[in-house]
Design a protein around this ligand. Structure first.
Ligand SMILES: Cc1cc2nc3c(=O)[nH]c(=O)nc-3n(C[C@H](O)[C@H](O)[C@H](O)COP(=O)(O)OP(=O)(O)OC[C@H]3O[C@@H](n4cnc5c(N)ncnc54)[C@H](O)[C@@H]3O)c2cc1C
Ligand SMILES: NC(=O)c1ccc[n+]([C@@H]2O[C@H](COP(=O)([O-])OP(=O)(O)OC[C@H]3O[C@@H](n4cnc5c(N)ncnc54)[C@H](OP(=O)(O)O)[C@@H]3O)[C@@H](O)[C@H]2O)c1
Length: 521
């Protein structure tokens, strides 16, 4: 086709975008900053495993090899799976490793002109505008830079990597006054396993944050150092933890990941009938949430250790805040090798951390920030134009305004894949990649810019309402099937993927339901 498509990032989203671009006859180039593919999975802590059963974290047309028996594969197994996918579909030759994109700039029509367009890119076509993207790429080995040109850019740079979220402290109360070591969970995860164990061994470690990275690292510390050197978790807010038993996952799937479970909540753009149904069924949604909470309270000593969440289970699910608890976590808390402290904030002193809640000192050798990432700023920073930087994030209080969670209504010849959280990350990136390449192939018609904006705004409002303060993560887990339905319809495919009315209604949806999607058109 002769059009140059540049994909930035070779995590799972970038691999998928590349696979479907190749299928459509493009010659994509994938720029990857790292020397390996796999994104977040290329550098994980020793204990990190998939949180979902592997059947729900797989490609629709490339199942896990039978040699992987584990329900929750390790980071190494996941990277091997991605590598065999990349080999099978001829993706490797497209990837330029050690190639960090330090900026992208659209050279073409002015921002004023772009703002006056009624159709996306001027003509509503993927390659309708006259400009090109200039991609500044730095070779991370030689530190030399080059500029590449492309007609279309696909950003697959991930939400949970690269740019750590480090809390801010008042002057004189930050890490600068502390005599010990301070690192972010991302840098801990990058350490070789043996070096990481040496790093924490026999040290008093304090972890700020209490989400997945925090609990995983705490268990590693407890395993290495025991009760003699307890590891302290400083928790700002408790979230619901779920066990990793496959049987619990199965029940949860039926309760929260089926089409019927989505009927219990309001969804963006739903017709009146579905809205009435959601209102009528919402007491059932509440009851199921209470039932799940009751079970988890019975199973774990949440109250005893100050880990009982204030929000409902359903709310945490809708905010993508559920965490799969590492095995033996509460055994470690009971024996005292992990200590939980609740405090809305902390500050540093020479010898450790002082928790605001009780003004007590936690003597510490190492502080680990397990405080997450600033994915939205990473997305913003890749644009050189301040106007595009502003457009891509939208208002400071709204979710990233993307049409179908893929295209920005104003930014021409560019798409984002993987900037939305849900319960099925790989599937979501695969469906979006399919949608995008159908669009680039001229098979999908876009509405006018104002309609695209309205749609993005409607989903943004939904995300804001469902996710509250976590809106930047663009979580759509409570409306995931509904969202996938829209992509399927755009692509001219049947959104009802299961055989039989009751099966389609009550059985959880997963990647295999979408196998062979495009061959049905
Ligand atoms: C430790 C961890 C565990 C997780 N576990 C789960 C799980 O169990 N289940 C689940 O559904 N989700 C999980 N997630 C979420 C995870 O982010 C997604 O599942 C998925 O892997 C995201 O893939 P991605 O390709 O969109 O992004 P990433 O994996 O983040 O990949 C982005 C890639 O882009 C590259 N890149 C970024 N910026 C540039 C640049 N400027 N130039 C060139 N290259 C660049 C990066 O090097 C990276 O390779 C986990 C996340 C983390 C951090
Ligand atoms: N599969 C795996 O094994 C695995 C392992 C690690 C991570 N992950 C995934 O990777 C993603 C990122 O996880 P993460 O745990 O690194 O980050 P995260 O989910 O963003 O959690 C950040 C934690 O830090 C706290 N925090 C943030 N800012 C803070 C501040 N200023 N002061 C004090 N506390 C602060 C948060 O508290 P609040 O809750 O109060 O906001 C939260 O507890 C998630 O999707 C997670 O599921 C998966």
């Amino acid at each position: 086709m002769g059009k140059q498509v540049a994909i930035i990032g070779a995590g799972v989203s970038g691999l998928l975008a590349c696979k479907y671009a190749l299928e459509k006859g493009f010659s994509p180039v994938v720029f990857e900053a790292d020397d390996t593919l796999g994104g977040v999975w290329a550098h994980t802590t020793e204990s990190t495993r998939l949180q979902d059963p592997k059947d729900s974290y797989q490609f629709t047309d490339f199942p896990w090899p039978s040699s992987v028996k584990e329900v929750y594969p390790s980071g190494t197994q996941i990277v091997e799976y991605f590598e065999s996918y990349a080999k099978h579909f001829g993706i490797f030759p497209c990837i330029r490793f050690n190639s960090k994109v330090i900026g992208i700039d659209y050279i073409g029509e002015s921002c004023e002109e772009i703002e006056s367009w009624e159709l996306w890119g001027g003509k509503g076509k993927p390659f309708g505008s006259q400009g090109k993207w200039h991609i500044k790429v730095q070779n991370t080995k030689s530190c030399t830079s080059e500029v590449y040109e492309a007609e279309f850019v696909v950003l697959c740079i991930g939400q949970f990597s690269g740019l750590p979220n480090i809390p801010e402290f008042p002057p004189g109360k930050g890490p600068e006054v502390f005599k010990g070591k301070v690192i972010h969970s991302m840098d801990y995860a990058k350490m070789d396993n043996r070096i990481a164990r040496e790093f924490i061994k026999g040290k008093r470690v304090t972890i700020i944050g209490s989400h997945k990275s925090a609990v995983d690292i705490a268990v590693e510390c407890a395993d290495v150092s025991g009760v003699e050197y307890p590891c302290t978790i400083i928790q700002r807010k408790a979230h619901w933890f779920i066990p990793s038993d496959p049987s619990f996952g199965l029940i949860l799937g039926f309760l929260y990941l089926s089409r019927f479970s989505e009927f219990m909540a309001h969804k963006p753009g739903e017709p009146l009938l579905l809205s009435i149904l959601a209102t009528l069924l919402s007491p059932l949604g509440w009851a199921l949430s209470k039932l799940t909470e009751g079970y988890l309270r019975w199973r774990y000593p949440l109250k005893k250790h100050g880990m009982l969440p204030k929000c409902s289970f359903r709310r945490d699910f809708g905010q993508c805040q559920l965490v799969v608890l590492p095995d033996k976590f509460y055994d470690r808390v009971e024996e005292g090798s992990i200590v939980i402290k609740n405090s809305p904030s902390t500050y540093f002193s020479e010898k450790g951390l002082i928790t605001e809640a009780d003004n007590q000192m936690v003597d510490t050798d190492i502080v680990i920030f397990a405080t997450g990432f600033k994915g939205h700023q990473k997305l913003r920073n890749i644009f050189e134009s301040p106007v595009f930087q502003e457009w891509i994030l939208g208002s400071p209080t709204s979710a990233t305004p993307l049409y179908r969670q893929i295209l920005h209504s104003r930014i021409p010849q560019l798409a984002v894949i993987g900037y939305v959280e849900s319960f099925a990350t790989v599937l979501s990136s695969e469906l979006r990649s399919q949608w995008l390449m159908q669009f680039l192939d001229g098979k999908i018609e876009l509405p006018c810019v104002s309609e695209m904006e309205k749609e993005a705004q409607m989903w943004g409002n939904y995300i804001k309402q469902a996710s509250g303060e976590y809106f930047r993560r663009s979580c759509i887990s409570s409306a995931n099937i509904w969202y996938n339905d829209h992509l399927c319809k755009d692509m001219g495919c049947n959104p009802r993927r299961k055989k039989g009315f009751l099966t389609d209604l009550f059985v959880p949806y997963g990647p295999t339901d979408y196998a062979g999607l495009l061959s049905e058109q």
